[in-house]
Design a protein around this ligand. Structure first.
Ligand code: AHR
Length: 659
């Protein structure tokens, strides 16, 4: 109740009250341009962000390629499926690899049904504890498909949504296999709500049929015409609302491979017809279908209005994971460099070029707007920089306008960081430097001035960061407080956005019950999206990005400068070219702050209506599936003769917009 009252008081003009701090923002005093690419996203297939997440495919292990690199077994190839669910059936199933659908997709199952028929089902992702399973809603339509090859021309395979016991939850479609591999497609309409549905195939007659590459996707999805099949709409909308200026992809560790070359991310495996893509065991311990491959990634960038920022391996495996195989030798590095040049041709080449032609055949004749290339992730030392230099030289020779991004190791300070930074300043002064930090909230508060002393010619890409509370039980929690500490740090980044040209939180997405990393920005189940307080900070800051930083200074009621750290108060102010003013205020203290915001510069006389978004709550508040306890509230603000008075509750952030 007390908090509610504070919130209601916010931004009201209340003469006579003892107001505390005064923030003076001088609209006529621009400091420097703010990078127009400042806020972006980093999408990596960790925590089932792609498979079981953004990718609209509802089936897990749809093509029987699942194979744990660390302990291969035939069983793995059948995981996610349940066989022989009809009572009385003596049919059989076997894993096969002779004469497959495609050499890149070598495994399939052979089902031999007897007279009683044979049924088997895919269980989808997740667990019922976190709602899904395959979540279906009444009336919702699903595209279903499967590749079949049958011996008996008169048999048929039925597909239907069911529960685990085989009870139908939709209508049924029938496919008649022929003696050659063929894709069969249909549409199923769910007739009830279920959060643990399965896709069940029933081979009706006594027959033998080969089965591969099954698929189930909701018709309501984004990018249904893309070769990969499309993306889950609610998650795309959650990303769109962040207004990302760029999208980093595919990793992170996923880009570089873990400790064996087998799972280096090879972009050529991820393009072309989806049934011909070569799935791979993911650094994070599960199979990547590559249904979101490089083509779909570039399309997603267009969909979100974000610039692509691909990351390619540097010829060195993940240096943080030891033991790892030897780095690429000269011949291997030459071949790998050519792969990278081919990726650039895929994005930028004309239709007359081989890789540009593939892009065109996949559905995008025009080049994509590719301007950046990150070479390596969290790499350091000579083993890396010598290979970076070679790849960079080849890229620049062919594509001089591409901005190359160089890794600065996996840590944010200390000797390894300093050595990397020194080497980069000496050897690659023109390149953008990729810094990463996953630190406790208090570190973020100590680093709000991190970039003040950087040489202004340096360009920094803060490619991964997240604040967390002290780790417990192997988890690193994030909550309102960690979000506010990130916000405090972001005010410093905006103040230094002549140096920090891009930044993105990591990781972006995590499926509930299937994560490998915390903290994360967005959690999701089979049918719900949980936006963390950290998400809302990103959204508020990204939506209010000015073109010019303006001078702003805060004083206390005695006229003395407010010391940010002591007061727990952080701020930044900017203007757009069209004259809108954005003021960001962050209060990481538990005390309510009463602030008079004063605009100087003569462009805003008289009474002016503005608005503000306020994020406030209990210090350790989190959002969950059933409870969104922290979300931005919209509030009116009135500036009278250039002044407005606001109350910031303890543990809050506000973004004021004066149009
Ligand atoms: O974001 C999770 C991981 O953290 C990334 O894959 C890696 O770059 C970093 O270590």
């Amino acid at each position: 109740m007390r908090r509610l009252l504070s919130v209601l008081l916010i931004l009201l003009f209340l003469p006579g009250l003892a107001w505390g701090e005064r923030l003076v923002c001088d609209v006529s005093a621009p400091v420097h341009a703010i990078s127009d690419t400042l806020y972006g996203l980093f999408f990596e297939d960790i925590n089932h962000a792609a498979d079981g997440g953004l990718y609209a495919e509802l089936l897990q292990n749809r093509s029987f390629e699942n194979e744990d690199l660390t302990k291969p077994s035939a069983y793995q190839h059948l995981s996610g499926w349940q066989f022989n669910i009809l009572t009385g059936s003596n049919g059989a199933v076997s894993l096969e690899d002779a004469a497959p659908l495609h050499e890149n997709n070598p495994h399939y199952v052979r089902v031999q049904a007897d007279g009683a028929g044979y049924a088997f089902q895919n269980l989808g992702y997740g667990s019922s504890a976190f709602r899904g399973g395959i979540c279906v809603s009444p009336g919702e339509r699903y595209d279903v498909s499967v590749w079949l090859r049958g011996e008996a021309a008169d048999g048929c395979v039925e597909a239907c949504l069911t529960n685990r016991a085989g009870v139908p939850l939709s209508d049924t479609v029938r496919f008649a296999p022929t003696d050659a591999w063929e894709k069969h497609s249909g549409v199923l309409t769910a007739d009830c709500q279920a959060e643990d549905a399965c896709l069940t195939f029933t081979v009706g007659n006594a027959m033998t049929v080969d089965v591969d590459m099954a698929s189930l996707m909701p018709q309501d999805r984004v990018g249904a015409s893309w070769p990969g099949g499309g993306l889950r709409r609610d998650l795309v909308e959650a990303l769109r609302a962040l207004q990302p200026r760029f999208l980093r992809f595919p990793g992170g560790c996923v880009a570089e491979g873990s400790w064996v070359w087998d799972n280096l991310y090879r972009w050529k495996d991820t393009v072309g017809p989806v049934e011909q893509r070569k799935e791979n065991w993911n650094t994070w311990g599960y199979m990547q279908s590559y249904g979101i491959g490089f083509y779909e990634y570039f399309c997603l960038c267009e969909e979100l209005g974000a610039l692509p920022l691909p990351v390619v391996g540097s010829g060195v495996l993940c240096q943080a994971r030891e033991p790892y195989e030897a780095p690429m030798n000269d011949a291997e590095l030459d071949a790998w460099t050519q792969d990278i040049l081919d990726l650039l041709e895929f994005a930028l080449g004309g239709e007359e070029t081989p890789w540009g032609a593939l892009r065109s055949r996949m559905g995008h004749p025009a080049p994509f707007d590719l301007r950046y290339l990150a070479i390596g992730n969290e790499n350091w030392a000579d083993i890396y920089f010598t290979r970076y230099e070679k790849i960079r030289a080849a890229v620049k020779a062919a594509y001089p306008d591409i901005t190359c991004i160089v890794a600065c190791g996996p840590v944010a300070d200390g000797s390894l960081f300093n050595a990397s930074r020194g080497r980069i300043l000496r050897s690659f002064p023109e390149d953008t430097v990729d810094e990463h930090y996953y630190m406790e909230s208090s570190w973020f508060l100590r680093n709000t001035h991190r970039y003040d002393a950087y040489p202004r010619s340096t360009k920094i890409f803060l490619g991964e960061y997240a604040a967390h509370e002290p780790a417990a039980g192997g988890r690193r929690p994030n909550n309102l407080y960690s979000a506010l500490c990130e916000a405090a740090c972001l005010t410093g980044i905006e103040r230094n956005s002549d140096v920090v040209v891009m930044c993105c939180y990591a990781p972006l997405l995590a499926r509930l019950g299937m994560d490998q990393w915390t903290p994360d920005l967005i959690w999701f189940s089979g049918n719900q999206v949980v936006r963390t307080p950290n998400y809302y900070i990103q959204q508020m800051f990204s939506a209010a990005l000015g073109d010019q930083l303006i001078q702003s200074a805060m004083t206390d009621d005695s006229g003395a400068d407010v010391k940010e750290a002591a007061a727990g108060l952080y701020h930044t102010a900017s203007v757009t070219d069209s004259g809108a003013v954005y003021i960001k205020l962050v209060n990481v203290s538990g005390q309510e702050k009463r602030i008079t915001v004063q605009l100087l510069g003569g462009r805003h006389p008289g009474d002016r209506e503005a608005s503000a978004l306020l994020l406030a709550g209990e210090k350790r508040a989190v959002n969950s599936l059933n409870q969104e306890s922290v979300a931005p509230q919209e509030l009116p603000v009135v500036f009278r003769e250039g002044e407005a008075e606001i109350v910031l509750p303890g543990y809050s952030a506000a973004v004021i917009t004066l149009p």
